[in-house]
Design a binder for this molecule. Structure first.
Ligand SMILES: Nc1ncnc2c1ncn2[C@@H]1O[C@H](COP(=O)(O)OP(=O)(O)OP(=O)(O)O)[C@@H](O)[C@H]1O
Ligand SMILES: [Mg+2]
Length: 235
């Protein structure tokens, strides 16, 4: 599915933030990227999305090269992102936000996908005419995911989806990822809540100072003493 080969990236020339990332995601899997603040997690997602000014190495999606392509070409390769802070349009309604997620679709297809997302998130159907800015944090996260799903992505990138949400809402959002995987969506999840991320994921990568220092099944990492000590505060 997605393959990164020796990817380097910098915001300013010479100041490397990603230092040779190589990884590959299995189709229909959930992969977590964990690492401390400033490790380069968001930067890695930006690199995949074609949003880094200085980048080297290769990124491919289903065998198609992405590095050097423009962000809209990344979208047409079937990649969608739910950015940190959600990125919905607060002054637009719930329904308008969903419509924007499906802007490339025919009107019929857009309508079908919108009904699918309303079925997935009944609360969004109830609030379809309300401005997105009036939604609770959990509802906004659902809207952000619904909007990304409108385009039938093959790969969904999520940056800190649990941020600022109550634990019970986080449980709902994380349960949804397993459901999306069963709908043939591959998920790359960047998450501070390392325990929950590892529980829901198939594989995980530990990012440290722009390099991947561990890559293993999520279950193995979840029970690894050094991971538990570093990220879960448990020895
Ligand atoms: N727009 C930017 N311009 C310059 N440097 C940046 C920019 N954004 C991030 N950086 C730097 O790149 C490094 C990696 O940042 P990044 O945001 O990728 O980390 P992160 O792992 O997502 O951290 P967090 O857990 O805090 O979200 C940090 O040293 C950060 O200061
Ligand atoms: Mg980040």
């Amino acid at each position: 599915m997605l393959k990164l080969t020796d990817v380097t990236a910098a915001y300013t020339p010479g100041a490397m933030v990603l230092r040779g990332i190589t990884l590959s995601l299995e189709p229909n899997s959930i992969s977590a990227v964990v690492g401390s603040n400033g490790a380069g997690k968001t930067t890695m997602l930006r690199a995949i999305l074609g949003q880094m000014p200085f980048i080297g190495g290769a990124i491919s999606m289903a065998g198609r090269q992405l590095v050097g392509r423009r962000p809209h070409e990344v979208v047409s390769a079937g990649i969608r992102a739910v950015p940190e802070g959600r990125g919905t349009f607060p002054s637009l309604t719930v329904e308008e936000n969903l419509d924007l997620g499906g802007y490339t679709l025919s009107a019929d297809q857009r309508q079908r996908n919108k009904e699918r997302e309303f079925a997935r998130f009944p609360i969004l159907k109830d609030r379809r005419g309300q401005r997105a800015g009036m939604l609770s944090g959990g509802e906004q996260q659902m809207l952000a995911i619904g909007r990304a799903m409108m385009a039938d992505p093959r790969l969904l990138l999520l940056d800190e989806p649990s941020q600022g949400l109550a634990p019970i809402i986080v449980d709902q959002i994380f349960a949804l990822f397993a459901q999306l995987r069963s709908e043939n969506v591959t998920i790359l999840l960047v998450e501070q809540d390392v325990g929950r991320a590892l529980e829901v994921s198939d594989r995980a990568f530990v990012l440290e100072k722009g390099s991947i220092v561990r890559s293993d099944s999520a279950a193995v990492l979840l029970h690894d003493p050094s991971i538990r000590e570093a990220f879960l505060g448990i020895g």
